[in-house]
Design a protein around this ligand. Sequence first.
Ligand SMILES: [Zn+2]
Length: 606
Amino acid sequence: MRSIILTITLVIIAFNSFSINDLHSFARPKEAVITHLSLSIAVDMDKQIISGVAKYNIEKSANATQIWFDTKQLNIEKVLLNENEKTNFQLSPERPFLGRGLSVNITPVTKTVSIYYSTTKESAALQWLTPEQTEGKTAPFLFTQGQAILTRTWIPIQDSPGIRISWDAKVKVPPTLLPVMSAQNPKQKNETGEYSFRMVEPVPAYLIALAVGDLHFITLSERTGVYAESDMVGKASDELMEMEQMLISAEKLYGTYQWGRYDVIVLPPSFPFGGMENPRLTFATPTIIAGDRSLISLVAHELAHSWSGNLVTNATWDDFWLNEGFTVYFERRIMESISGKEYADMLAVLGYQDLLETIADLGDTSSATKLKLNLKDKDPDDGMSDIAYEKGYFFLQYLESKLGRTFFDLFLNEYFKTYAFKTITTEEFLGFLNKKFAGKLDPSQIDEWIYKPGLPTTLNKPVSVRFDLVDQELKRFVEQYTKADKLTTKNWSTHEWIRFIRKLPANLPAGKMNELDNTFSFTQSRNAEIQFAWFMQAIQHDYAKADNAIISFLSSVGRRKFVLPLYKALFANSRTAQLAKDTYIKLKPGYHSVTQQSVDEVFSMK
Ligand SMILES: [Zn+2]
């Protein structure tokens, strides 16, 4: 009896939590909602198609006659109820960004819905790489990118961050390849090419991910490790040696890691992002493998998402800052505990500079610079700017400064406990904050941070003593005619070099650019962050000597953060505008659809 009462209570709670309307999903969770996915798929690397069946356990209201799914760029073959009963289904007309709603007729006794489907050439979440496009150049590769609303292009699903499901999968691949997912993973290949996966914790659809390739695994500690192609896995394991230490630091700050293992897969260079926080298995760009562990704050960021984003998830994409602002704040706290305050201060100052540039770019009265977004009729991908990341970070930093670090940390611990495995809106967060700190915070200041555009008046401008030293050296070079090889740059980190390069004055003469390059070999750098900062300056200073290196960089890296601004800058310079366009047309097929979509806009190719 007790268990029955309990079940009824749980169902009521589940349905109550769907009071929020997600404008980016066709799902109607108040009527019928998925609770568990059993995915059974085959991955055809030659035809570049995934096909199989997605079987869902569902919960529904008493009078529900339909259940709605999100689909895009998929072929739906048939739908069965309770595994063997045929049923009718309809696909709604295609809508921009969102794809097509799939409504399935259900009956009062429907427990499961099985959708038989296959992906298409257009399925945007999937990037299929030929052997030539990989690091090892011998085997093909596939990876998925679900965020924000792309999971629906490889699995028919209720693709809303507000809907969480547990899931399991059976995946068949060619026996020479290894598949891994955001789940419990195999460590080595088997002869059958058939693998099983399980994610017992409920996650939103955008966190379901798959990669297939000639992957190898290296253990770093009892609960951390790294997957990559054989040519990369050794380098990657050296670079990521400190992952266990990061995990311990993170747990000391905000509580126990809830996902079991924490592994990283280093993907081929066309991965469009720095990293993607897929649970248990962060997907990462190879551009963080600098050889000197200088760019691992990116891993701290993805790890921090194991709390902010994956454990406590933004209810809709309008609340995206709850995922990213918290994560940047947490990332900098992890880096502070590992590498010290001066190090974390450098990250904050670079972030501040990014924020100023983004606000200048969007316009300081633009609604896109508000923390709480309004993405109605927009692609949620458009909301993924530095505003969510850096303005979000500085808001939390403001709260820390008002409340004191001790109290703010206690608050964050309670926040992660209270909302674990749940979704949350900005307004629920503000309610929670107000409940804990009523009277201690000025509501008009909070309101300015969340709902007003531009830079808030109460932002604490970050300072960095290490950057002050960099600025002194730059002054000596620019104003006092000290030769580049006489500057004090010993032991500078990547961040100090980025500061130095970014601050070069716009009117620096060609001879000085040349002198810097001859002394510090920026054009020949193998560090992607330094290359990018230098190339942006080279384009602005019309430093033609870097042209070839820029084109070569664009042909080997697909990370949007680098590729998009470089094309923009090249296209804005009359000397290189045509070169930019020709290069993009040639390289476009090698970029992920996420990167393509953004760069297309630069050349008005949409
Ligand atoms: Zn993030």
